[in-house]
Design a protein around this ligand. Sequence first.
Ligand code: TRP
Length: 454
Amino acid sequence: MISNDQQSIHGQWSSRWTFIMAATGAAVGLGNIWKFPYLTGIHGGSAFVLVYILCVAALGIPMMMAEVMIGRRGRQTPINTMRALAQENNASQSWQLIGWSGTLAGMLILSYYSVIGGWTIGYIIHSATGSFSGLNGEGASALFQEFVGSPLIQVGWHTLFMIITMYIVGRGVQSGLEKAVTYLMPALFVLLLTLVGYAMTTGYFMKGLAFLFTPDFSHFSGTSMLTAMGQAFFSLSLGMGTIMIYGSYVPKGTSIASTSVAIALADSMVALLAGMAIFPIVFANTLEPGAGPSLIFETIPVAFGHMAAGMLFGTLFFVLLLVAAWTSSISLIEPAVTMMIENFNMTRKQAALWTGLATWLLGLGTAFSFNLWTNVKVFGMTFFDLLDFLTSNLMLPIGGIGIAIFAGWLMTKDTSHAELNMNTEAGYSLWQILIRFIAPIAVSIVLIHAIGVF
Ligand code: TRP
């Protein structure tokens, strides 16, 4: 049944602004501040940044529009939305596979996201107790190694992060958190600007900028290309139904195009600011840009360790990062939770408990991949690396191809034209070209190339 003029049974945003805040809350998270800088570092800087920005503009924005549109028309969980819309368009029922794989991807991502979220909790404590004061690069690395080296500490913070996430999810997303985000996201933005300000005083600011923005393809490979594309999907929360489910709460008449552009711009700004804050600190302290997942945990403490009132600001920074991580983690599990409610007749609390428990259990693999299991490798990757590769680089782009084909080819032009309701015909035509041809073809080529079939 298509309930187009009706609301989703799970509710509706009170305004376009609430939707922008919630979707930005889902988009801005560890992906921007933790993952973007470390991937940029590993893949040699500017070329990665350039490809990432291209992917956001040419693939991310049209795909976000497609996901919001599908969600708003279906008004159910991704799985049931895909089923209903497939029926409406006389398409095969197997389209609901996109919903299933997205729901699974969300849980897989959350399982490791929660471990990194736990790191931010640990670092709040470190900062508040003065561990950063006067710290140099070497000291920061040692602190981090000691921190991740302990399985007990890793499991402890991971458990706490999951409990709080599932508690919020169990109570329903709207209460409290939505309001808090309206203040906390701008606060995070201001603190990032403060960090960029500090980076300017290191004497290595220009070197940092050059690393990010002077085109240099010498360290760029097919894998880099795939990673940059995967990161665009990850950072915008695309390809798995998060945006679809948030779209299902969007009131009719909201402009999908301008809203999507606003979300993508805000998300990319945060990522670029994080890069501009971190790389000057890396170079000033002779740290390794390609350090990997530890990068921000080795650089940001150095910055706060040398700043006036650094203890206060450092603590605040990690608190805000934690909040940003929570608003994203909630969106990662929301498809699974609503699926349990709609398809298995559970209450929201039961659904939160069971999905949370399963995700927590899987997260232990990531928690141990930094200590007990550092040497356990499949295809040369640790458990964490493998999970990240599988989700960001395979599941999200493949989900994205499916969504693009569905929105571009199976939904009728009349439907998408009316749903998107764009100001100009040219804008609609551009969207059609991007979603029908460019997105599926470009994503497929990158995938096939990187997986080595060429
Ligand atoms: N975009 C979030 C971040 O950058 C993570 C996230 C939330 C996500 N929901 C998602 C990633 C859905 C992929 C799919 O931290």
